[in-house]
Design a protein around this ligand. Structure first.
Ligand code: ADP
Length: 400
């Protein structure tokens, strides 16, 4: 089946056309500056081909049309007509408590998605715009929604409830939702496959460490806890996000510097994390370079990040009553051997023993723990697009 995977942001849209039988990426690309002017970057991996064009994209509908034109073009196309696209899979950030799995998108689902907008006012409107644009341009192609939050809907109450007045949960849906669910689901599934054991028997801690970072405790294939919360601001310190902090700090800083809540949240979302501590960069490559040249705050930022990841691994091992495997994924997790080593060292007491030579690897599925390590440590590149395409193919073929 040929599935078009769409990840729509407010002014950009990523796409990937995938053959779900062979798992080949037929074409992929990016529309940028939607609503401003419009730029398309289109790649065909099999031909090592890259095409760039300035195309007017006043709305997402023109962006999707330019994607279809590129996919069908004589020069750099991979299909002859839209009818070759069997289904479209959409990444949707927030599914609230409405969606515990991927769904076929119909009128009722669109209404439920609208209901989730207050929970993710920055992300969900763009996702919905992307779905409506595809419906306009490809009215007869079935569409599926895949949610970042869905995998974490299995968390028990004790993990998702905040210790706030209960009515904020009951009336206002204030609770931990968690994000990166598609990635945590994919890598935990791959971990079980790599270990050659049924996922139902395994306790896995998945560390998605990128520009945004989160950790999940996956017990028997189900997420039982995760570090992001009501929003993706919670949990670990990230590239530019603070992660968890004492809410009292906000009142103190807002009073002292006469900030309103918008300005405060801008600091917490855009100016904090490893960028905030280092004053150098949100990118771990820049931090490593700066630290190697003697920049103490860059080294400290990396140390704070690694320490918090290590602390949560301990917490989730305690929550699950043990751990069989720890997985590293996403930009930092897949590429930064030094971060992985710093995080995993010192965990020998709980049965983690790293293999320094095996850990010296980037971007490919590898066991990086020592042969005798009780807890296996794995590097697994994430593939959220593949998960979205496979879910979409499964749901659509089940309807035929
Ligand atoms: P996003 O959350 O935007 O999807 P990614 O998962 O792509 O982020 O991760 C991007 C981050 O990965 C970069 O900001 C950078 O910090 C980190 N990264 C990528 N390559 C390396 C590397 N070789 N060494 C250290 N960090 C890296």
């Amino acid at each position: 089946m040929k599935v078009l995977v769409i990840n729509a942001g407010s002014s950009s849209l990523k796409y990937q056309l995938m053959d779900t039988d062979t798992r080949d990426v037929l074409a992929k690309g990016l529309c940028e500056r939607i609503g401003i002017d419009g730029r398309l970057t289109h790649k065909v991996p099999a031909k090592d081909l890259k095409h760039e064009a300035e195309i007017p994209m006043p709305t997402h509908a023109e962006a999707i049309q330019s994607v279809l034109d590129a996919l069908m073009s004589e020069a750099h196309g991979v299909i002859r007509s839209v009818s070759e696209i069997d289904a479209v899979g959409h990444r949707v950030v927030h599914g609230g408590e409405e969606f515990a799995g991927s769904v076929f998108i119909d009128g009722a689902v669109m209404n439920a998605l609208e209901k989730c907008i207050p929970l993710a006012p920055l992300h969900n409107p763009a996702n919905i715009t992307g779905i409506r644009a595809c419906q306009k341009v490809m009215p007869s192609v079935p569409m599926v929604g895949v949610f970042d939050t869905a995998f974490h809907q299995t968390m028990p109450e004790r993990a998702y409830l905040y210790a706030l007045p209960y009515e904020y949960y009951e009336k206002d849906q204030v609770r931990r939702y968690g994000f990166h669910g598609t990635s945590h689901r994919y890598v935990s599934g791959r971990a079980a496959a790599m270990l050659g054991r049924p996922i139902e028997e395994l306790k896995i801690i998945t560390c998605h460490l990128g520009n945004g970072s989160s950790i999940a405790a996956v017990d028997g294939g189900k997420s039982v806890d995760t570090s992001m919360g009501f929003t993706p601001l919670a949990g670990l310190p990230m590239g530019t996000r603070s992660g968890d902090l004492d809410a009292g700090i906000m009142e103190y800083l807002m009073n002292k510097y006469h900030m309103d809540i918008k300005e405060m949240l801008n600091v917490l979302n855009k100016k904090s994390g490893v960028l905030g501590i280092s004053g150098v960069s949100s990118d771990f490559r820049d931090l490593d370079d700066a630290a190697a040249k003697g920049n103490c705050r860059a080294a400290l930022a990396v140390d704070v990040f690694n320490y918090n990841v290590k602390k949560l691994i301990g917490a989730y091992a305690a929550a699950m009553g043990g751990v069989d495997a720890i997985v590293f994924t996403a930009g930092v997790g897949e590429n930064a051997a030094s971060n992985r080593m710093a995080i995993a060292s010192g965990l020998e007491f709980m049965g983690v023993e790293m293999d320094e030579a095996a850990n010296n690897v980037r971007g490919k599925e590898t066991v990086i723990s020592a042969a005798g390590s009780k807890v296996k440590v794995l590097l697994i590149p994430t593939d959220e697009e593949l998960m979205i395409a496979m879910d979409t193919a499964e749901i659509v073929s089940g309807m035929k």
